[in-house]
Design a protein around this ligand. Structure first.
Ligand SMILES: C[S@@+](CC[C@H](N)C(=O)[O-])C[C@H]1O[C@@H](n2cnc3c(N)ncnc32)[C@H](O)[C@@H]1O
Length: 249
């Protein structure tokens, strides 16, 4: 009997780890587009704009996966360099192929690593982004402190993340999308385990205001909290304080 994708996935960790994403890598972009109904593209563009990058800046795109956000940044800012970091070799491989096809290999480099222990010196980057990846970090405060450590004073940090839509008349529809449509679509296209993880991890992510407080506790100065998709996604925009006094403002 032929092995089905759910047979293949039965013994894989459904934890959001790099190993789980290695398994998803070949289908990740397609699944992403279908599940977000394509709106993730708009959210990514808004994230890139909010960084206010300047000529010659160096950006870290953490949990870069297949590199969509890194590519967005490099396309919009033709004199900026990007380093993408992710623990999944499979996702990075797909990303490297896309980057080469886009003719961006000179300005985007991809390397393996995790958010909790970044392989960079202090104050290396002008800005850091992480899209749909902070949820997967097992120690989020540690990953936030690492982002702060590697970013220069005054540099921006843009975190795009999904969460449970809690308020507003459209919230039940958005919750239906997350709890009913995503797991079914995911199970159909790839195997149930990963998409049960996706739904459970979205449910478990703290409310946006609470996560913004955690960011503040990790030494980041929150500039903006932008809801998208009826509250199913937020852009958390922060700055690394120029001096400790900035945090009080
Ligand atoms: C949902 S994907 C997002 C990929 C990409 N940023 C995007 O916007 O499409 C989540 C990524 O987080 C990565 N990841 C898992 N654990 C991580 C960790 N501890 N630190 C950094 N990235 C991690 C996974 O390998 C995966 O590529």
């Amino acid at each position: 009997m032929p092995e089905t994708s759910s047979d293949k996935n039965r013994n894989l960790p459904a934890t959001g780890s790099g190993a789980m994403f290695d398994n998803l890598a070949p289908r990740y972009d397609l699944l992403n587009r279908l599940m977000s109904l394509g709106v993730d593209k708009r959210w990514r563009r808004r994230t890139v704009r909010s960084l206010q990058l300047r000529s010659g800046d160096k950006v870290l795109d953490l949990a870069t996966g297949t590199g969509d956000l890194a590519i967005n940044i490099a396309r919009k800012h033709t004199d900026v360099t990007v380093v993408g970091v992710d623990p999944s070799a499979g996702m990075l491989d797909v990303g490297r192929t896309k980057i080469a096809k886009a003719g961006l290999s000179e300005r985007i480099t991809m390397r393996e690593g995790v958010g909790e222990e970044l392989p960079f010196e202090n104050d290396t980057f002008n800005a850091v982004t992480i899209a749909f990846g902070i949820r997967n970090c097992t120690d989020r405060p540690q990953a936030l402190r690492e982002m702060r450590r590697v970013t220069k004073a005054g540099g921006r940090i843009g975190i795009l993340e999904l969460g449970e839509p809690r308020r507003g008349i459209m919230a039940p529809i958005a919750r239906f999308h997350i709890h009913q449509l995503i797991p079914r679509l995911g199970a159909w296209l790839s195997g149930a385990r990963e998409y049960r993880y996706l739904q459970e991890s979205i449910e478990a992510f703290p409310p946006s205001e609470e996560f913004a407080v955690t960011m503040g506790d990790c030494g980041l100065h929150i500039l903006d909290l932008v809801p998208f998709g009826f509250g199913s996604c937020h852009l958390y925009l922060a700055e690394v304080p120029k001096d400790e006094g900035d945090l009080a403002n």
